[in-house]
Design a protein around this ligand. Structure first.
Ligand SMILES: Cc1ncc(COP(=O)(O)O)c(C=O)c1O
Length: 414
């Protein structure tokens, strides 16, 4: 929950205007959605043109060229040089629901491995796979059974008190201990993981973490699902974060940045993992692959490729991370700075030795920044995410960073 009131009225590029006419630099991208900036003219034009032709056509019963075109595009650009199938939905949670059901259908086994800190959405299946904040599950139990959560590679606060690389990725190896002592692998369908944990605080695991998870999946006959809902579409400096970690998941969950503003989700799977037969016995919905959403997504992906958006994010992210690292050295409450591309997290602590979380101070910094014209979204317990549009201007990136530095100093100084 954002600790300040903001009523959005209109937006363009990296600037949002509220109902009172105040302008803000946006470091949130409406929660990692508007990766190419708000209201990109090419996307607006595609939506308008499509709206005059056909806003919706039942893609589950009939056919619709835009759906096919977008599915072909996703098959082409997602990692993995193998045959794939695409299922369209309307949100991130739905793309995860689809992956969950698909894995159970294919494996004919109930079990799922997920991670502490994971956020996969709030519908029952997606919530069952999540373990970010207990309050999200309060009064909704029991959830879908047979989901086991294991610790993520959160190196700043290693759950085992170890240090990378001496730990030899014990957090990944621990999963094999679970198979041995607690949860028979023969009953587990899949493992689902975010490439970089989003809602837990933009937690970046070591590069080898996902390679090791992929190996464990392959060796133990588990389907490997990557939830790229928040990290996908250039956010990490690569079109997909799986590329950054050099893995080829069996299923990839997508949403948010796919269209850049019109609701759409997509689940891209290896053809032999997506074994569903046609028809309602498998999985279906009404609006998935909506014509307007597909038109917006196709236009957005074209902009991403033509304007080298992912490369821009990689460069700007490297620059921002360097400035934040320098600031961390001078600040008494910046405990950790981490990120890839423009998916950057700052973790605030009361004390750098004890690492006690600075929860109240984090909110105060976001409020102070808001007063000075910057939209910041707190994340995790005491972190702030830096997730601006990936084509943010250098000038606004610098202005935003300065506001963060000044707001932090103001809160630090009481
Ligand atoms: C990694 C991840 N998966 C799934 C979701 C759920 O997406 P939605 O809110 O579109 O249902 C989110 C939302 O923040 C997310 O970050």
């Amino acid at each position: 929950m954002v600790p300040y009131p903001l009523v959005g009225y209109k937006a363009k590029g990296d600037i949002v205007e509220d109902v009172d006419g105040n302008s803000f630099i946006d470091f949130s991208s409406a929660v990692a959605v508007t990766n190419i900036g708000y209201n990109h003219p090419k996307v607006v034009e595609a939506i308008n043109t499509q709206a005059y032709k056909l806003t919706h056509f039942a893609g589950n019963d009939f056919y619709n060229e835009l759906q096919v075109e977008l599915a072909e595009k996703l098959v082409q650009i997602t990692p993995g040089n193998f045959e794939k199938k695409v299922f369209f939905s309307n949100s991130g949670a739905e793309s995860v629901e689809c992956a969950f059901k698909m894995a159970r259908w294919k494996a004919k086994k109930p079990g799922m491995i997920s991670f502490l800190g994971a956020f996969h959405g709030r519908t029952f299946g997606a919530l069952s796979l999540s373990a970010c904040k207990a309050v999200q599950k309060k009064h909704y139990l029991p959830l879908v059974p047979s989901v086991m959560h294991v610790p993520f590679a959160y190196c700043y606060r290693c759950p085992y008190g170890m240090k990378y690389p001496e730990c030899d990725m014990w957090c990944a190896s621990y999963i094999e201990e679970v198979f041995l002592h607690h949860y028979p692998k023969e009953d587990i369908a899949a493992l689902i993981v975010e490439p970089i944990q989003g809602e837990a605080g933009y937690i970046v695991p070591p590069i080898k973490f996902h390679l090791k998870l992929q190996k464990i999946c392959h060796e133990n006959n588990l389907i490997f699902i990557m939830d790229e809902v928040q990290a996908g579409f250039g956010r990490t400096g690569k079109m997909f974060a799986s590329e950054l970690f050099n893995v080829q998941p069996d299923i990839i969950c997508l949403a948010k940045g796919l269209s850049g503003g019109i609701p759409i989700g997509a689940t891209v799977a290896k053809s032999d993992t997506a074994e569903w037969s046609e028809g309602s016995s498998s999985h279906s919905n009404t609006y998935g692959g909506n014509a307007l959403a597909c038109a917006a997504s196709l236009a957005k992906l074209e902009v991403m490729q033509n304007e080298n958006i992912a490369e821009k994010a990689a460069k700007l992210g490297e620059y921002a991370l360097k400035r934040l690292e320098e600031f961390k050295e001078k600040s008494s409450i910046v405990g950790d700075v981490r990120g890839k591309g423009l998916m950057i997290g700052i973790e605030f602590v009361k004390d750098k030795e004890t690492k006690e979380k600075a929860i109240k101070e984090t909110d105060e910094i976001a409020i102070e920044a808001f007063k000075n014209g910057l939209i910041l979204l707190p994340v995790g317990d005491s972190c702030i995410r830096i997730a601006p549009p990936l084509n943010i201007s250098q000038e606004n990136l610098d202005k935003g960073l300065e506001i963060i530095f000044e707001s932090t100093k103001a809160v630090e100084g009481g």
